[in-house]
Write a protein that binds this ligand. Structure first.
Ligand code: HEC
Ligand code: HEC
Ligand code: HEC
Ligand code: HEC
Ligand code: HEC
Length: 225
């Protein structure tokens, strides 16, 4: 009789403990696997190398297109390969431990594992080239990247955010001139002033010929297909 009762309590307590552990593991796994793309505004993961946009794009005034030139040609803006860093760092600051990581990546032919910051769910399609050619500034969608030591997500990238702008139907004009491009590309007086006298540096940028505007769409199938 006593033994049975004891067994019963052991089972009951054991059950509660097991359940608590299961819930804890479940919650942990959920938080661990929860897709990063839904951690929205403010997301600023630590990167494997202390690369600073404030230093390179802000102080040194290297054009965004030097490293993200694909943004005007392809759907994806892409992160530059190590080779682009080596254009300078094969010499510049070679002794620095951070720069050593670049040299090592280059010599061992192992890409640097940059952590993705902005990420839409797979069922949404976004094209940089369409937006950049329409004259929308990087900073409208990414904030003042050239002031950031570490890249931080500034906009929600939610459906409502996309549609808010698409509803505006902003009359954007095309211009073949690099200067005008930068004015539009930055829409930031200080940043533009810095670049204005320096347009020769951006020989690599070809402003696209007049192109046909596709138009902003509210159609579900424009973004989901
Ligand atoms: C010298 C090369 C270089 C220049 C110039 C540069 N970037 Fe980057 N950019 C990188 C690298 C490397 C990363 C990945 C590491 C990081 O996120 O900091 C990156 C990341 C980014 C990201 C985040 C990508 C993601 O994972 O979501 C954005 C947005 C971005 N850059 C925009 C810009 C803009 C806008 C400019 C111009 C003001 C610019 N970059 C200039 C090299 C560059
Ligand atoms: C209309 C808004 C918008 C504009 C303008 C824009 N971006 Fe983006 N960018 C996004 C979104 C949205 C994502 C996430 C895309 C995804 O996950 O498919 C992104 C992702 C990125 C990434 C990382 C992923 C990739 O595409 O390789 C980089 C780098 C980047 N942007 C750089 C730039 C630069 C540089 C400019 C200006 C030349 C720019 N972006 C202009 C909205 C924008
Ligand atoms: C156009 C030339 C140029 C390019 C391209 C370039 N950098 Fe730099 N980088 C510099 C200069 C100049 C400095 C500042 C050196 C100093 O402090 O005197 C610097 C500094 C750095 C530092 C800080 C080093 C330290 O210890 O102070 C890091 C890290 C760095 N760069 C990473 C990168 C990465 C990663 C890339 C490629 C995505 C890259 N750089 C591309 C010119 C460049
Ligand atoms: C700041 C304004 C702005 C934001 C934010 C914006 N777009 Fe756009 N989008 C435009 C403009 C302007 C065009 C039209 C380009 C043209 O006419 O060439 C466009 C065009 C498009 C097109 C092509 C049009 C079509 O019907 O095929 C798609 C797809 C698109 N955007 C998706 C997105 C997605 C997804 C987001 C959010 C992640 C987004 N856009 C955020 C301004 C914006
Ligand atoms: C301009 C681009 C764009 C258009 C047009 C658009 N969507 Fe979306 N949609 C997005 C983006 C970006 C997301 C992901 C971000 C989010 O969940 O808010 C999304 C997410 C969704 C989701 C998932 C919502 C969730 O909470 O996970 C559904 C369902 C959806 N869209 C349906 C639609 C329908 C139906 C239409 C047409 C009436 C439509 N979308 C038109 C950009 C767009």
């Amino acid at each position: 009789m006593m033994g049975k009762k004891l067994d019963f309590y052991v089972l009951k307590i054991g059950g509660i403990v097991a359940l608590t552990i299961l819930i804890a593991i479940g919650t942990g796994l959920y938080l661990y696997l929860y897709p990063k793309e839904f951690i929205e505004v403010g997301y600023a993961p630590q990167q494997p190398i202390a690369y600073s946009h404030k230093l390179h794009a802000g102080d040194l005034q290297i054009s965004c297109f030097y490293c993200h030139g694909n943004a005007e040609k392809l759907p994806s803006a892409t992160i530059p390969p190590t080779q682009v860093c080596m254009n300078c760092h094969s010499i510049v600051k070679r002794g620095s431990p951070e720069v050593q990581k670049i040299v090592e990546s280059y010599e061992k032919n192992k890409p640097i594992k940059w952590v993705r910051v902005h990420k839409l769910p797979d069922f949404v399609h976004f094209k940089h080239n369409v937006h950049v050619k329409a004259g929308i500034s990087c900073f409208d969608c990414h904030g003042k990247i050239y002031e950031m030591e570490v890249v931080r997500q500034e906009k929600p990238l939610s459906m409502g955010w996309c549609l808010d702008c698409h509803r505006k139907e902003t009359p954007l004009t095309q211009s073949p001139r690099v200067e005008d491009f930068f004015e539009k590309a930055t829409k930031d007086e200080l940043f533009y002033q810095k670049f204005k006298d320096n347009t020769k540096k951006y020989k690599g940028i070809h402003w696209v010929e007049e192109q046909e505007r596709i138009g902003c769409s509210l159609n579900c199938s424009a973004c989901h297909y």
